[in-house]
Ligand binder design. Structure first.
Ligand SMILES: [Zn+2]
Length: 245
């Protein structure tokens, strides 16, 4: 049976001299891995080797969890060119793709997450500076957590549920609590990280990300990287390119 879908490539691995195994995030199907036979030949059915972030209509067969699907068609749309011109933008998107791959299961559809990811790639390619790129990455990471059912509690203490207030003298983020922690509750959470006032304010009110200083955005991103590291059980590979970048 052939399945058609709109999809974006989030990972490629060389399989042989001429073929690749490609992981797609597809709008209706969810994440799938497919073998693209002959994709590295100059005249392939897929317009040459398949690169990460290439996107368009795919057709594949053998869609079940046990077997690798076979890609039969890939009608590539024009590339998201902005990403190729800025290394930090590219690293943000590669990091987003790594997290998307790590946090989702095969054949588990997430239409909204597909749309958010495509928008994230487009906007990051168009972004003018590093702060804008970081803010987009942070919002995508939070959209990803929400879509996989792990939306963190950021506007109140995740433990006692008291609303966050800018006058709090100190606040924390705890991965095990899945959110902000107030000073009264912090002793219960070994894994907490202390937040600066600006970082806590940004997390509690995401609208502040747009005007935040790069230093604050880096701190928010450091918290999210720690959180994803806990969730995945390992540090994401691309994380080091985001914080030093
Ligand atoms: Zn509390």
């Amino acid at each position: 049976m052939l399945t058609k879908d709109a999809a974006v490539c989030i990972r490629t691995v060389d399989y042989s001299e001429t073929s690749q195994i490609v992981t797609f995030f597809a709008r209706v199907t969810g994440k799938i891995s497919a073998i693209a036979k002959g994709s590295k030949r100059p005249k392939s059915a897929f317009d040459g080797p398949i690169e990460i972030f290439s996107h368009g209509k795919i057709v594949f067969s053998g869609s079940n969890k046990e077997n690798l699907a076979t890609l039969t068609e890939f009608e590539q749309q024009p590339n998201l060119s902005g990403l190729r011109n800025n290394l930090f933008a590219l690293n943000c998107c590669l990091f987003g793709a790594e997290l998307l791959n790590g946090m989702t299961d095969d054949y588990d559809p997430h239409h909204e997450l597909f749309d958010s990811f495509m928008q994230f790639l487009q906007n990051t390619g168009d972004a003018k500076n590093k702060s804008e790129m970081l803010a987009l990455l942070i919002l995508f990471q939070l959209a990803l957590l929400k879509e996989v059912g792990l939306r963190p509690i950021l506007n109140a203490c995740a433990n006692c549920k008291n609303d966050f207030h800018a006058a709090w003298s100190q606040s924390y983020f705890s991965s095990s609590a899945n959110g902000l922690i107030c000073r009264d509750c912090e002793a219960n959470f070994q894994d907490k990280m202390a937040l600066t006032k600006d970082t806590a304010a940004c997390l509690a009110n995401l609208k502040l990300l747009a005007g935040a200083q790069e230093k604050t955005l880096n701190e928010v991103e450091r918290i999210l990287i720690y959180h994803f590291t806990e969730l995945l059980g390992r540090q994401p590979k691309l994380a080091k390119h985001i914080l030093k970048g």
